[in-house]
Design a protein around this ligand. Structure first.
Ligand code: FNR
Length: 370
């Protein structure tokens, strides 16, 4: 269908379901076990209600902010995801081009289907900022080498994903045999696990071999020594760990349950944010706090920010909007929908700048009762 007829992110999901190869759809969409968390991530936003302030001049709306000191045209970033080439032949490159044009920031996955060099040099705008996500590899030398390589290439921060010491059980993906037909450069560099043309049973199942079950907070110490870049811990799911991350001196944390793909029935990130507000409010303002999982509406962004988040990320919508041959244009259309929704909802809630979005603008009673 022509892009113009897609007017929300559910429309993009429906198109992706229809046009993606079945194994790509299964791999992208699936959550762990019964997919309760994937569902609750989204529902949690729907349980937060807005309390608008009226009679404010909202003629001019400004959605700009910074993430780790980097400018972004709105408080939404691309969460790291693997294998964008399953959706479109230009894969992560098409996302990068779209995101550069939109003045936003992409977190590139260490399991992306093309090397960071190519994404950056072939597709990015000259002043475009990237962050780079890693898993700590059982082979520490490989992790160090990867961090140093991407630092040299100009990545502005290292995001370390910690919510998947083992891979979640994604059953729809597990049932499908997939032939990997795209290059799989970064991941194979880390672990040599997937080769082009290889038959695998479940894409996620195959990737799990690059995860380390032995990572602890102490590993942060040596990672710090290898780089000067800011460090973000992705996958915080409790206020206790948020406090530890802060004490370890990281610059940011992502409250995330991996889009419900790791542990099923994990609590949604919004509830983790409420825990932080209640038990460790000093964290707000001392480190940057991001959320991802289930963000699909401009109002979702607004609610997370009202409760203290610096920005939010999305994973699947970027993969879906690449599909059906849309590529870069699809991503730009999808992002512009989110932008318009955010702008109009800022006006409706009575905020012209993100600084004016306050906790008083949301009512969390329904969410807390869940
Ligand atoms: C992911 N995610 C992820 N996270 C990460 O740190 N490294 C990775 O390589 C991947 N790969 C990946 C692949 C696919 C297909 C999906 C859907 C997700 C998790 C991702 O960064 C993010 O946390 C979730 O996608 C957020 O949830 P939504 O927006 O998809 O609901």
């Amino acid at each position: 269908p022509p892009l113009g007829v897609l007017i929300n992110l559910d429309d993009f999901e429906r198109v992706a379901k229809r046009y993606l190869p079945p194994n790509a759809w299964a791999y992208y969409r699936s959550g762990a076990d019964d997919e309760i968390t994937t569902l609750l991530n989204r529902r949690s936003y729907q349980r937060v209600l807005l309390r608008a302030r009226v009679m404010r001049n909202v003629e001019r709306i400004d959605t700009r902010t910074t993430i780790l000191g980097q400018q972004t045209s709105m408080p939404l970033f691309v969460s790291p995801t693997t294998l964008a080439k399953l959706a479109h032949r230009r894969g992560e490159c098409a996302i990068a081009a779209a995101i550069g044009a939109e003045g936003m920031i992409q977190v590139v996955s260490s399991s992306s289907s093309m090397p960071f060099e190519d994404i950056k040099q072939a597709c990015a705008h000259s002043d475009q900022a990237f962050f780079f996500q890693i898993y700590i590899n059982p082979d520490l030398h490989k992790t160090v080498a990867l961090i140093q390589r991407v630092e040299k290439l100009g990545a502005k921060a290292i995001w370390i994903t910690v919510d998947s010491p083992v891979m979640g059980k994604r059953e729809e993906d597990e049932r499908l045999k997939a032939e990997i037909q795209v290059g799989f450069v970064q991941a194979s560099e880390q672990s040599g696990i997937i080769k082009e043309g290889q038959q695998v049973q479940g894409i996620g199942l195959t990737l799990r071999r690059m995860l380390s079950t032995r990572v602890t907070w102490d590993d942060l110490g040596w990672i710090r020594q290898t780089t000067r870049l800011p460090i973000v811990i992705k996958g915080i799911q409790s206020v206790e760990d948020a406090v530890i991350a802060y004490e370890k001196g990281v610059q940011g944390i992502v409250l995330s349950n991996h889009g419900g793909r790791s542990q099923d029935t994990a609590q949604p990130p919004l509830l983790t944010l409420l825990e932080i507000r209640k038990f460790a409010p000093f964290l707000l303002g001392r480190i940057e706090i991001y959320l991802d999982g289930g963000v699909r509406r401009g109002t979702d962004i607004l609610k997370a920010l009202a409760l203290g988040a610096t920005a939010v990320g999305m994973g699947r919508p970027f993969l879906y909007s690449l599909s059906a041959g849309y590529g870069e244009a699809g991503v730009r259309r999808m992002v512009s929908i989110m932008r318009r929704e955010l702008e109009s909802n800022m006006a409706l809630v009575g905020a012209t700048r993100l600084k004016e979005v306050t906790p008083q603008m949301v009512n969390t009673k329904l969410l807390e009762r869940d």
